[in-house]
Design a protein around this ligand. Structure first.
Ligand SMILES: *Cc1c(COP(=O)(O)O)cnc(C)c1O
Length: 233
């Protein structure tokens, strides 16, 4: 077994254990393998070990890998920050977009999504940490954004995503993840929408996220190893 296959098994075991501990149904948490900075070959190894969903942050790098791996039946998630002039390739090459926090970006994705493709799955990123984090819509502005995005054609609003500040404070993490869940529950109720996705939890905090109701954990280092530092573009 390769390292990647062994790591994947280890992460699956942790996800199942956290799911069980939280009295949740086995299989209700999707594992999204975050493959930013990894080679196409590393993704191929993970795919051979049964992994299907992959998350990428950097557009050009992602497009190169998507092209190199077209022979595999993979689901691609764009999880990085989105510049509004880069929406077209995102709309055409990905099945999910996780970090939408502005209506303008959603409108462009909607206009640019090929009507012949299935609707593009959207999560709205919420700033659950207040001033500590710059991306994500503020909780007060979420209802207006969500109802506008839900009306756009060729998009399917699936739920919410967050990236809390890194912290060893488990109570604080529980509070951040709990806020995202509460916001999702409120939106479902007020907008009468089915929002089946809470994209929360990374390598360091997946257990807390699953305890708070995560349906999709985004795991990079625990699967592919630590990443080389990336010079900021
Ligand atoms: C890099 C990244 C992850 C994965 O982080 P790890 O700590 O490597 O598991 C998850 N979500 C987003 C948005 C990321 O950018």
């Amino acid at each position: 077994m390769t390292d990647i296959a062994a790591n994947l098994n280890g992460v699956r075991t942790l996800v199942d254990a956290a799911t069980h501990q939280s009295d949740r149904r086995k299989g209700c948490v999707t594992l999204l393998a975050v493959s930013k900075t990894c080679s196409a070959d590393a993704i191929r190894e993970a795919a051979a070990a049964g992994q299907r969903d992959f998350g990428e942050n950097y557009l050009q790098e992602a497009l190169d890998k998507i092209e190199a791996l077209v022979d595999l039946d993979l689901v691609w998630h764009f999880i990085g920050p989105i510049q509004s002039n880069k929406t077209r390739p995102i709309a055409s090459h990905f099945q999910w977009v996780h970090a939408v926090d502005r209506l303008k970006v959603a409108q462009r994705l909607s206009e640019q999504r090929d009507a012949a493709l299935p609707d593009l799955n959207i999560c709205l990123q919420v700033n659950v940490s207040g001033e500590d984090s710059k991306s994500g819509v503020a909780p007060e502005e979420l209802p207006a954004l969500a109802s506008a995005v839900a009306r756009l054609p060729h998009l399917r609003l699936r739920g919410l995503m967050c990236i809390p500040e890194p912290t060893p404070d488990e109570a604080l993490l529980a509070q951040r993840f709990g806020l995202l869940r509460t916001l999702r529950d409120q939106l479902q109720h007020t907008l009468n929408l089915e929002l089946d996705t809470l994209s929360m939890g990374m390598s360091a905090d997946m257990a807390q996220a699953i305890a708070a109701g995560s349906t999709m954990v985004r795991i990079g280092t625990a699967i592919f190893g630590s990443r080389p530092p990336r010079p900021e573009a």
